[in-house]
Design a protein around this ligand. Sequence first.
Ligand SMILES: [Zn+2]
Length: 444
Amino acid sequence: VNGRYWCELAWLGGDTLTAGVLVDVSGDRIAAVHNGTGAPAGAVRLDGITLPGLANVHSHAFHRALRGRTHRGRGTFWTWRDRMYEVAERLDPESYLELARATYAEMALAGMTTVGEFHYLHHAPGGIRYSEPNVMSAALAAAATEAGVRLSILDTCYLSAGVSASGMLPLTGVQQRFGDGDADAWAGRVRSFVPPAGVRTGAAIHSVRAVDPAAMRTVAAVGDELGVLHVHVSEQQAENEACQAAYGCSPTQLLADAGALGTHSTLVHATHLSTVDGKLVSGAGSGICLCPTTERDLADGIGTPAPGIPVSLGSDSHAVIDLFEEARAVELDERLRTGGRGHRTPAELMHAATEAGHRALGWPDAGRIATGALADLVTVDTRTVRLAGAATEADGLAAVVFAGGAADVRHVVVGGRRVVADGTHLLVDDVPGRLARAIERMLP
Ligand SMILES: [Zn+2]
């Protein structure tokens, strides 16, 4: 045992919290969990409510530069995308490292111990190859390592600009940076990347707009090899309509036919799925990643995964970086949609933010406080003005899910290593200053 943490209150998976939980850590794993103990001498005291590590399943790190800059006025998803492309145009490996490191540090401060980076900014402007073809993936891996979080690089195949009745449309402008030419070239580049410790690679299909059915099969096969496959699906009605016009079926059906739905597949957004689509997803054992703060910002709609489909959460465009906000939005949006309450319990919402998220990113042994699991602990301060008086064993979990937030996170342990203590990042100094400087560099 090389670390002992004593939790005033901890969530061990049920509907209630447990008082006085001692967690022994050996290497990067939890060696033992003792319930109902006092704080022994020498243990690190975690006052408040301690949760397993949170998994941010869907991130585009560079979108952090757009925060506050795209929310005014009447724009749509598509006008937002134009602003996003302006930032994508400017990034190089060095500025991407700087922006991603600060963004991942913000995530660590918010209690996120693992991040899924849906990564498609592969090449230099004009689609010119860097001499090291995975230099952008390497920048993201370094950013996560330096920020103390685990990373799944969801290396994204992005081959065309859209689908039309007469075929796929070629990439133009900044989109040329996303494209590998064809799926085999994408697969070769992905296979040649050797991630450092704490980083793993998964496969991703950008969307049915960007990848044709034959290429989808290639990406799905690499996803089988890597054990992780993600895809943006039906975020917008326009995608469903274009898919219907080109292929005579829904995006979900197209993915199913291409062999892209499996137990290791995660459909991101899945906002506009039909009942038949939902049956395809649940029948395949695939999961859905909801990103409610982005989906509401972009006026996408409310995704409603059928019961039984595993749900995970992502901050996607980083309009805010707060997984508590994402978790409660899943339930609260559903209340607004249906006029009824109680669709998901606080424990189910917290499960989505922790264990289900880690599973979706290929880290099935993270996201729970249990012997043998990776030693990730996130402590929420319950003496803040938001949570004072709410931290009981019976109701504390509901208080954190429905009233807590990133700003209440006090301590974060990732793989047995302390990354955040007393609200301060121990590996990256001046996170706000670094964010401001990195973003300033990106803007016109
Ligand atoms: Zn996305």
